[in-house]
Ligand binder design. Structure first.
Ligand SMILES: Cc1cc2nc3c(=O)[nH]c(=O)nc-3n(C[C@H](O)[C@H](O)[C@H](O)COP(=O)(O)OP(=O)(O)OC[C@H]3O[C@@H](n4cnc5c(N)ncnc54)[C@H](O)[C@@H]3O)c2cc1C
Length: 387
């Protein structure tokens, strides 16, 4: 049996952020923690890779500069309904930075290792059994014993399934397709520097949108298309996602059938989500991503900051109930933004009338921008930066 005080299960943004914040704020714990990651970096992760400003703010607070990672910057974000709507530009900077997750996660993992954090790659966790004195983690490379376990293993993670087997899980369906940046047929091209969201699928009971981002794969500029459905409108007979995505792509001369379509769920945040047990807590998608857009990278980084503080203080007090973790998340700037997004999800996707969608996306631009700016974005700056 291997022993370590803190085990972090999963080396994605949430697990790595937890470890990096612990190493920064509680350096005495660095040699006492270990990340178990089932894959080996650079490992594939299905994701459009859109980084909002909050992600960059949290990385900066850790002393990290994400511009070291290959990226494409979108100058504007377009929020459309049926091809028309509002567009947003952030003064003096890009609106969205797009990275590839294999490169971003590998970069973050190497940064963690450079701070003395140990990562064991190629170790798959199979079972987790907490008891009063600690937690036993069973893996394909033997058993581990820890004082505290952080579940950072994503939307389908084993940690949540082991500790909350009967909990209600809210998951979104997501499809993604990569194409060259220009179609082979002459067709209207997207403006190169734009990231597009179109909410037209709401009319067909899909509680979400179709997206189209610029991206860079192995140095080549491409486009990443996808469709997101929160699944709150059609619980039983769920509409097909491929058809609306194909429709959007065909407007720009792309035939979806010529490309690989990949899918993955996103577990999203609801105020009811359970996030901790004595000696165990969840971060990132395991705790719940943004329900409105399925945005989860900045959110995962933010959970890491909160979980690190919770774990560090638990070791100082020698008290591991983690009763205060969920209230701490909900009270934080991240939690407030997640609650706001959960409320917006239940308004914007539930009121499916065409006139309402037109009102939101085309007519009420100043109101939408102010609400987004105050309640939905800009939470990163309001997170505790150092201890
Ligand atoms: C199609 C799609 C597009 C998306 N686009 C965006 C976007 O543009 N912008 C954005 O912000 N978010 C996006 N997201 C959401 C984002 O990808 C997630 O919210 C984010 O990856 C969550 O990070 P995490 O660290 O919680 O989990 P993950 O990134 O899933 O990391 C979990 C880690 O745990 C490891 N792991 C899993 N099980 C085990 C196990 N049993 N043992 C050991 N290790 C394990 C995995 O290998 C992985 O490395 C998208 C998601 C999807 C599906």
């Amino acid at each position: 049996m291997h022993e370590r005080d803190i085990l972090i299960i999963g080396g994605g943004p949430s697990g790595l952020s937890t470890a990096l914040h612990l190493a920064r704020d509680f350096p005495q714990l660095t040699p006492r923690m270990l990340i178990l990651e089932k894959a080996r970096y650079p490992r594939p992760k299905l994701c459009a890779g859109g980084l909002v400003t909050d992600a960059e703010v949290i990385l900066q607070q850790l002393g990290l500069d994400v511009s070291e990672v290959p990226h494409v910057d979108a100058e504007r974000i377009y929020f459309d309904f049926e091809a028309r709507g509002l567009n947003i530009r952030v003064p003096r900077r890009h609106a969205l930075r797009v990275i590839r997750r294999d490169e971003f996660d590998a970069w973050l993992a190497r940064k963690a290792e450079s701070k003395g954090i140990e990562i064991k790659e190629g170790v798959t966790v199979k079972d987790i059994v907490p008891d009063q004195e600690g937690v036993t983690v069973k893996t394909d490379r033997g058993d581990f014993r820890a004082q505290v376990v952080v579940g950072a293993d994503g939307s389908n993670g084993i940690t949540r399934r082991c500790i909350f087997p009967n909990a209600t899980v809210n998951t979104a369906r997501v499809l993604e397709v990569l194409t060259p940046s220009k179609p082979s047929d002459p067709a209207p091209a997207r403006r190169a520097g734009g990231a597009y969201f179109d909410f037209f699928p709401v009319r067909s009971k899909i509680a979400g949108y179709v997206w189209d981002f610029p991206t860079r794969v192995n140095g080549e500029v491409m486009r990443c298309w996808g469709i997101y459905d929160t699944n709150i409108l059609a619980k039983e007979k769920r509409p097909q996602l491929k058809e609306p995505l194909a429709k959007e792509m065909s407007r720009f001369g792309f035939d979806i059938n010529q490309y690989e379509i990949q899918g993955h769920p996103i577990r999203w945040f609801s105020p009811q989500n359970q996030m901790s047990l004595p000696r165990m807590l969840l971060v990132g998608d395991a705790a719940g991503a943004d329900p409105f857009l399925g945005e989860g990278i900045s959110i995962a980084l933010g959970y890491g900051a909160l979980a690190a503080r919770e774990v560090g203080e638990a070791f100082e007090r020698n008290e591991f109930s983690f009763n205060a973790y969920k209230p701490r998340v909900l009270k934080s700037a991240l939690g407030q933004a997640l609650i706001a997004r959960w409320v917006v999800t239940h308004i914007v996707y539930v009121i499916r009338w065409k006139w309402f969608q037109i009102l939101v996306w085309r007519i009420m631009k100043p109101v939408v921008v102010v609400v987004a700016w105050i309640f939905i974005l800009n939470w990163g700056k309001r997170m505790p930066s150092t201890r």
